[in-house]
Ligand binder design. Structure first.
Ligand code: AMP
Length: 588
């Protein structure tokens, strides 16, 4: 398939944000796509080469791309950098530059989607000392044969700056229309996606084998399942209102969610955002096979740091000491954990998602054998507010965050947030009090004691409609010296020359970061703001929402992707909830 077909589609898609138009453009593209390349096209649309859980990263830095453009065009690096600064996007800058170039050269070889994809794939595999030169060689050879529009999109994919604003649901709508003639069949595709986390694979199956085959989609071991998520409630009373008077309450432990795939001695671990995190937990890899009484299984657990002497749970940030490439063994002994199981999704070759909670918990307790390292999450059945209160108290005393409340007769809904699971944290019980997970988008250099670090950070919520990150506050309190050091180490490689186009902020920062890191903050209140962009125009015209007195809680949420951060919808709900509390107390 000619790459120009894809580049033309990308070009049209970039000029609209309307979901219906994007769907139509995708349908037209899919109809032109041969079956053998459909999965590649679906990955490329999302700016990827493979599903996220395979961890394939292109890892091409702007500087390297600039060298490659220079090599293929013969134009100096300085000139390219100037053009880049003018355009604000290297893809556009490259197409401008190559427009000058193509007048003097002729195209050597047509560029196909397959060739671009294979080359990008090779680049992603390169490592070691000579890899930079090889990357430049591969990129410039593509650019040599590319027309300006193609070059623009090759670079955007390489740099991870292709942002078409196409949500997974939109891709599924288009696949359903293109290959089954009916948008309503998206529901069937959604199931397949939720249990495989691989949209390319879903596309390939519907294109080559049809809808009937998708209906029989099987869970595959070592392919992560998209996790079920919980709604939040603020009080025991609200929980009873939503769940009735007979449901399970589990401790909500403050650790990292781990999806454990095991068969024989082979164990693979996935995080909540479906990243392969096996390397960080060699202790789980080693000890789990002995604890599992089944040929194979997919289980969910919360890994929690513990105090070795007392067995008490320690806060989440202790786990982050394990987020390192080297000397992980040392971290494993210094920061011991327990693995606390709470669900079973697959067992002995069979899916368990359809089983209700009660049956899954029973199965879990049959399959998993407890010991010092392996535990079940404490659970009890509750029937009234007092029973919830008592169990919440116990849970907090044991060092956990609160409770997860789960309907007994409901299945596991992969990939969805709903009211079959509710979370009740103690902090939700006071006014705003709720913590928010926010994306770090900018930094301000520290002064005094904080020189050499970012003393204050600019934070953003996730705007799901626009697929952007909207500023909501600056935060400069709650940081220990150690936190500032650690944040500096993490954030420094994320500094960009230009503000990423997905960042929506009127406030200027000293430096801009790639919007990737998520941290947790608490605040006293949400207020209307003329400067911040979160929920702009939603509560008041020409104004957004901001956090008042935000404070870092000490939690760097490395397990969350930027798109998992608190959304503007959530902030609006909190804002309205806070007004209601004030109203109920006759404060307004
Ligand atoms: P939150 O990150 O606040 O949305 O809370 C959801 C997270 O709580 C999950 O992703 C798990 O990491 C964690 N968690 C702790 N205990 C449980 C439990 N008993 N059941 C499910 N999730 C739990």
């Amino acid at each position: 398939m000619e790459f120009s077909v894809l580049a033309d589609s990308f070009n049209k898609m970039e000029s609209t944000r309307k979901r219906l138009e994007l769907t139509q453009l995708l349908v037209e593209l899919f109809e032109k796509t041969p079956n053998e390349v459909i999965s590649k096209i679906v990955y490329l649309i999302q700016g990827k080469l493979r599903p996220d859980f395979e961890g394939i990263e292109l890892g091409v830095a702007e500087k390297l791309a600039i060298k490659a453009i220079s090599k293929s065009s013969g134009i100096s690096i300085k000139k390219i950098e100037e053009e880049y600064r003018k355009e604000g996007d290297l893809g556009y800058a490259a197409s401008k530059i190559l427009e000058q170039k193509t007048q003097t050269t002729f195209l050597v070889e047509d560029i196909t989607v397959e060739r671009v994809y294979e080359t990008l794939f090779k680049i992603s595999k390169l490592g070691g000392s000579r890899s930079q030169d090889m990357k430049i060689k591969y990129i410039s050879s593509l650019l040599n044969d590319a027309n300006p529009l193609e070059a623009r999109y090759i670079l955007k994919i390489l740099l991870g700056s292709l942002r078409l604003g196409i949500a997974e649901n939109t891709v599924m709508d288009a696949l359903a229309i293109a290959f089954s003639g009916n948008k309503d069949n998206r529901k069937i595709l959604e199931y397949a996606y939720n249990v495989s986390s691989d949209l390319g694979k879903v596309a390939e199956i519907i294109a080559t084998k049809g809808l009937e085959r998708i209906k029989k989609f099987e869970v595959v071991l070592f392919n992560p399942i998209r996790p079920m998520l919980a709604d939040r409630v603020k009080s025991e009373e609200e929980a009873i209102g939503k769940m009735g008077t007979n449901f399970a309450a589990e401790y909500k432990l403050d650790g990292e969610r781990v999806q454990i795939h095991v068969e024989g001695g082979k164990v693979v671990l996935f995080s909540r955002s479906l990243e392969n995190i096996s390397n960080y937990y060699p202790d789980i890899i080693e000890k789990i096979p002995k604890a599992i009484q089944a040929d194979n299984a997919i289980l969910e657990a919360e890994a929690v740091a513990i105090n070795e002497n007392t067995g008490d749970f320690l806060p989440f940030q202790e786990l982050m000491h394990r987020r390192r490439k080297y000397k992980i063994e040392k971290a494993v002994t210094k920061y011991p954990i327990t693995v606390n199981f709470f669900d079973i999704l697959y067992c002995n070759g069979k899916i368990c998602l359809e089983l209700n909670y009660k049956d899954r918990r029973e199965k879990l307790e049959k399959i998993v054998r407890e010991d010092d390292f392996v535990k079940y999450i404490p659970m009890t059945i509750v029937k009234n507010e007092n029973e919830i209160k008592d169990f919440l108290e116990n849970s907090i005393n044991a060092g956990s965050e609160g409770l997860m409340l789960k309907m007994l007769d409901k299945p596991y809904q992969a990939g969805s947030r709903g009211s079959n699971w509710l979370k009740l944290k103690r902090e939700y019980q006071n006014e705003l009090g709720d913590s928010l997970d926010l994306v770090v988008i900018g930094g301000f250099f520290g002064k005094g004691r904080r020189t050499g670090s970012y003393g204050t950070l600019l934070l953003a919520t996730y705007d799901e409609d626009e697929d952007t990150f909207t500023s909501i506050c600056k935060v400069g309190t709650g940081f220990s010296d150690e936190d500032l050091d650690q944040l500096y180490q993490i954030l420094n490689p994320k500094v960009t020359i230009k503000k990423n186009p997905r960042i929506n902020s009127e406030m200027e920062a000293d430096v801009w970061f790639e919007p990737e890191l998520v941290i947790e903050v608490v605040a006293s209140e949400i207020t209307i703001s003329p400067i911040h962009q979160a929920a702009k125009d939603k509560i008041r015209k020409d104004a957004g929402l901001a956090l008042r007195f935000p404070k870092f809680t000490g939690k760097i949420r490395l397990e969350k992707a930027a798109e998992d951060a608190s959304t503007n919808e959530e902030v609006i709900t909190l804002y309205k909830g806070q007004k209601k509390v004030a109203h109920d107390r006759n404060l307004i």
